[in-house]
Design a protein around this ligand. Structure first.
Ligand SMILES: [Zn+2]
Length: 342
């Protein structure tokens, strides 16, 4: 979770010490069938920091709930205590605010740091306004971005076109109220497509009517934005009609050599099993002078289309893989590995 703000420096310092301490005392980790984390307050000397980390920890569990559920499944475990829904946490009783370059716990009488206290009567007019807002809802960094507060929402949407796009997308895809407009903004960010794929897929899963929103957007999109839309469509495709529609779009993009073609080649391997002629059309990408990224996606797609128990590649596709295997590239390594299976 992205919490970069110099106001958080104090609570970061707490964490680096707390982690070491927890390791020494065996406070974090597995206890039978439970996973435990303890944030010590060191006899009240670090109460604010301990509570903030517990607050952020709960937010992270709620914001990435599907990821933790999948992780637990993978290890044959389940989440015994359902994490609180994100919206409940954002509207919960805990209140923090960034003021005077520090993060404070907000109470009726004022602001509490780990070893400092500011009485409400000592606040300036501007600070008192923020204090009053923070009495109503938490204004810590993660809460303001996950809710999101309107000014952060606008700022994060702007950030989608810059180098901080992945951080902005991380929060936007997890906000308590995802909307079709947000999905469109994430898709249009295009740019460094691969950094944004998991966030666009996550947002698509959470937005009602994502399939229709994305399909109607397709004619306007090119390159990375079109690629992101294809990944999002693959995430929410349901039934044979959706799959046929998506396969037509993938076929159309495979003819190009941009980021949309990179996405289409990978997705063809993921959803195109058993589609007549598709392996040949995918292999034809390797006959063209295209980027290493696209070559890698095409080989990855071909590998997935021919994973056992599916039939091994026919001779024409095998020739392409053998030719690719002679290259000293990621695609070449993958092709070399694939050929050992057939
Ligand atoms: Zn908060």
């Amino acid at each position: 979770m992205y919490t970069a703000s110099s106001a958080n420096n104090g609570v970061y310092e707490y964490l680096s010490e707390a982690v070491e301490d927890a390791r020494d005392r065996d406070l974090w980790g597995a206890d039978g069938e439970r996973l435990e984390w303890t944030f010590r307050d060191y006899a009240g000397c670090a109460a604010r920091s301990a509570w903030v980390w517990e607050h952020w920890f709960r937010l992270a569990l709620a914001a990435d709930r599907d990821r933790f559920t999948r992780l637990a499944d993978k290890h044959g475990l389940s989440l015994g205590d359902e994490p609180s829904p994100l919206a409940d946490l954002l509207a919960g009783d805990e209140r923090y605010v960034e003021l005077r370059g520090d993060l404070w716990s907000v109470s009726e009488d004022g602001l509490h740091g780990d070893d400092r206290f500011v009485d409400v009567t000592e606040l300036t007019d501007r600070e008192r306004k923020q204090y009053a807002t923070a009495r109503e809802r938490c204004l810590c960094g993660p809460c303001t971005k996950l809710r999101p507060e309107p000014r952060f929402r606008a700022a994060m949407l702007n950030m989608l076109s810059g180098e901080n796009a992945p951080s902005a997308a991380w929060y936007l895809a997890r906000t308590a109220e995802p909307s079709p407009e947000l999905l469109v903004a994430l898709v249009r960010a295009g740019g460094e497509m691969h950094d944004l794929v998991p966030e666009v897929e996550r947002c698509a899963r959470r937005v009602p009517g994502a399939w229709q929103t994305l399909v109607s957007l397709l004619p306007d999109l090119r390159g990375g934005a079109l690629g992101l839309a294809l990944y999002a469509l693959a995430e929410v495709a349901r039934g044979d009609d959706d799959r046929r529609t998506l396969l037509r779009e993938l076929d159309a993009s495979l003819g190009g050599s941009d980021e949309a073609a990179v996405a289409a080649a990978e997705l063809a391997g993921r959803i195109g099993g058993g589609v007549p002629g598709l392996p040949g059309r995918l292999a034809a990408v390797l006959d063209r002078d295209v980027s290493d990224r696209l070559r890698h996606s095409a080989v990855l797609g071909l590998v997935n289309l021919h994973l056992p128990p599916r039939p091994a590649p026919d001779p024409e596709i095998r020739v392409r893989l053998e030719r690719e295997a002679e290259r000293d590239t990621e695609a070449g390594k993958l092709a070399t590995w694939a050929l050992t299976m057939y």
